[in-house]
Write a protein that binds this ligand. Structure first.
Ligand SMILES: [Zn+2]
Length: 510
């Protein structure tokens, strides 16, 4: 069974400020899927930055820089964040790159040719300062309602390009009914269904008055959201007939935050259909990250610095914690104390000690060399475990996947207590001792495979302590067969614990 090439995307990150832990969360989830599918066959993981729009231009102006120069200073911070969390993407697209800008213009021409883009008039009150159209009902005493602006507004009538979104409403409704799982979680699906049932207006896709964006023929720039959505296909060389596009579109999984679901599950499929392309297979809207139940915000002073957190706990502890603590799709309440509990419990006591004890006993009783064993009864009980983890990953149920892996961790810890290798050694029951030690080492080999997507650094350390070269790779259906670890393998255990105990600190954000 060879699976189709797998394509996963994160939203491109809007760089009007610095990255935070929420960005790491989305990227880690995408990375786990990509790493898993790479071991099974072929995967492509796209991420990047959304660099156009009025807000970026304004932030750049405030910093006294041209928007291009300003975004150049920020992009390395995003890339550093991904590196810090061991996020291994295949491509990083910036919407300011010529490959993207040129492709957007080409897409615009194709949409015009298809008849789904037409020239219309956008009419309304306009605040030049905010570059925003306001409905008359929103104005306060005839002035801009933005409390930080309140300037005089002017009546504006501008010729803009519109996308015939309303025309796709029936097709969208039918698609939603026929594909009840294409938008997840269910709450997001239901909200989008309700939006569709409420009706759709055509979408203005140009801004005549703006300059920082994809320049359109005849003047103005492309609406920043359309520009941003197109990254998912421009990075695959869609307009250039690229092999990447042939191979990877439609995307298997597009991860988004729930606040941008409408763009990805109503506008995006309609644009794709207008181009004659299929919609993505799954759009998954994860929840928001809060700090101990409160919204993270600069003014509350509770923004978790993702670089400091990784420095203190290590990338793998955060990767584990973020995906194990709450169901993906629900809001996530970050708490350093909860993370410390997971770190010292699941990772330190359960996994770290298992590796250390198992390999230490092997050194003590068998000079660190994996013995031969003909006993299969212990391993037989894990026959379906890899498939269960894979099923959970297919459903983006990272928590269930990790819980399933920890069944193996628990079973291995339990078998040490039950089989008591130290007593077998004392009794001189060599054959039973060999079987017990072999099972422990083989279990560790399985764990290295199973943990590779989630905690790549830890998985590699376990693999190398087992004395196996390189990293755990290969499809699980071939590798997760009990008894593949060769007897005679000389292990290479480390004295350093995988997860040193962490004590509480006074405050994470002070
Ligand atoms: Zn204003």
């Amino acid at each position: 069974m060879s699976e189709r090439a797998f394509y996963v995307t994160t939203p491109i990150y809007y760089i009007s400020g610095n990255p935070h832990l929420g960005h790491a969360y989305t990227s880690i989830a995408a990375d786990v899927l990509a790493r898993y599918h790479r071991t099974q066959g072929d995967a492509f993981f796209l991420t990047g930055t959304d660099e156009h729009g009025g807000k970026v231009a304004a932030a750049a102006a405030a910093a006294g820089l041209h928007p291009a120069a300003w975004t150049d200073t920020l992009v390395p911070k995003w890339q550093a964040l991904l590196a810090r969390y061991d996020v291994q993407y295949d491509d990083f697209i910036r919407t300011t790159e010529p490959r993207h800008v040129e492709a957007c213009v080409e897409v615009f021409e194709r949409l015009k040719a298809s008849g789904d883009v037409y020239l219309g008039t956008y009419e309304g009150w306009y605040c030049t300062n905010d570059e925003t159209f306001w409905l008359e009902s929103k104005l306060l005493d005839g002035r801009c309602p933005n409390p930080e602006c309140r300037r005089q507004v002017q009546w504006l009538s501008e010729d803009d390009w519109f996308f015939a979104l309303s025309k796709y409403r029936d097709r969208l409704l039918a698609y939603y009914r026929d594909h009840p799982r294409w938008v997840r979680p269910e709450r997001a699906y239901n909200e989008m269904m309700a939006t569709l049932e409420g009706g759709l207006d055509d979408l203005c896709i140009s801004r005549l008055g703006l300059e920082w964006g994809v320049p359109l023929p005849g003047g103005g720039v492309m609406y920043v959201w359309l520009d941003a959505l197109l990254n998912y296909i421009t990075a695959l060389d869609y307009t250039r007939g690229g092999v990447r596009f042939e191979r990877y579109w439609p995307a298997n999984v597009q991860l988004i935050g729930k606040e941008i679901a409408r763009f990805h599950t109503i506008i995006w499929p309609a644009v794709l259909w207008a181009l004659g392309l299929p919609a993505p297979e799954l759009v998954f809207a994860h929840g928001w990250m809060t700090f101990e139940g409160e919204k993270m915000s600069k003014s509350l002073g509770n923004v978790v610095d993702p670089f400091a957190a990784a420095q203190r706990f290590g990338a793998d502890t955060l990767r584990y914690f973020l995906l194990r603590e709450a169901p993906f799709g629900s809001d996530f309440s970050f708490s350093e104390e909860k993370m410390r509990v997971r770190r010292n419990g699941d990772l330190g006591n359960d996994l770290g000690n298992l590796v250390k004890r198992s390999l230490a006993m092997l050194v003590r009783y068998r000079d660190g060399v994996v013995p031969a064993s003909s006993e299969q009864s212990f391993g037989a009980r894990f026959d379906g475990l890899g498939a269960r983890v894979a099923t959970a990953l297919d459903a983006l149920d990272f928590r269930a996947a990790l819980e399933t892996i920890w069944e193996l961790v628990a079973a291995l810890n339990r078998t040490i207590d039950e089989r008591k290798p130290w007593e077998l050694f004392k009794r001189g029951d060599g054959e039973t001792l060999d079987a017990a030690l072999y099972d422990l080492c083989e279990g560790l080999r399985w764990l290295a495979h199973l943990l590779t997507p989630f905690m790549p650094g830890t998985a590699t350390m376990i693999w190398q302590q087992l004395g196996l070269g390189g990293t755990a790779r290969g499809p699980w259906r071939d590798e997760l067969v009990w008894g593949r670890l060769a007897s005679g393998t000389r292990t290479n255990p480390s004295d350093a614990p995988l997860f040193p105990r962490m004590d509480a600190v006074v405050s994470a954000t002070a």
